[in-house]
Design a protein around this ligand. Structure first.
Ligand SMILES: Cc1cc2nc3c(=O)[nH]c(=O)nc-3n(C[C@H](O)[C@H](O)[C@H](O)COP(=O)(O)O)c2cc1C
Length: 186
């Protein structure tokens, strides 16, 4: 069965445009769904986390394994997924800090990327990412949009090149975004 990972990141759990667009897309998918709602918060990286990742896996202490437990869990969800559906608002020209934190937990040398003679190589493999974004007015692809280039870069860095974006820039753009969601391949 297809595995779908859904990540929501709007702080609003009611009346969120990005969540509504993700609901619409999810209704077209069938599979086994894992859901992470980042509105409840996600810890930022800390000294214990960075210390643990700088330590080779076989040399990690029990405390260091514990410091990476959430990161391991988030990575396992991504590794298992065929499709990842992300809903995000634009906050201050980019993604919410919770979504940034989620990406920080995923970017692990030796797990999601590695350095080779030819430069960095992504390890997360063949998956599809669909990102639905709501903003108050900043259009995706405009010079004020720091969200989509960043997300493309991060997923590309981790080996995922298939990233589709749909944006609703303000209330007047919701119908158009809904139509764009409907045009996305299921
Ligand atoms: C803290 C905060 C910062 C925001 N910053 C921006 C911004 O920089 N540019 C913009 O176009 N809209 C901005 N907005 C508006 C939101 O992107 C817009 O309300 C969007 O619909 C939020 O997504 P949601 O409906 O899924 O909650 C901001 C809203 C909040 C609450």
């Amino acid at each position: 069965m297809t595995k779908i990972l859904r990540i929501d990141s709007s702080a609003r759990t009611e009346g969120s445009v990005s969540r509504q667009l993700a609901d619409r897309y999810m209704a077209r998918l069938s599979g086994d769904v894992t859901h992470r709602d980042l509105a409840i918060g996600l810890p930022h990286l800390d000294a214990a986390w960075t210390g643990a990742t700088f330590t080779p896996p076989e040399a990690r202490s029990a405390e260091q394994h514990a410091a990476l437990a959430l990161s391991d869990e988030l990575l396992a969800e991504v590794q298992a997924a065929d499709t990842i559906v992300i809903s995000s608002p634009i906050y201050n020209f980019t993604i919410p800090s919770t979504l940034k934190s989620w990406l920080d937990h995923l970017a692990r040398v030796g797990v999601s990327f590695q350095y080779t003679e030819n430069g960095p190589e992504g390890l997360l493999g063949d998956k599809r990412v669909v990102v639905v974004i709501a903003s108050g007015g900043v259009p995706l692809g405009s010079p004020m949009d720091f969200a989509t280039p960043y997300l493309k870069q991060m997923f590309g860095f981790m080996g995922i090149g298939d990233v589709a974006f749909v944006g609703a820039a303000g209330p007047d753009a919701i119908a158009e975004a809904e139509a764009a969601v409907d045009r996305l391949a299921a």
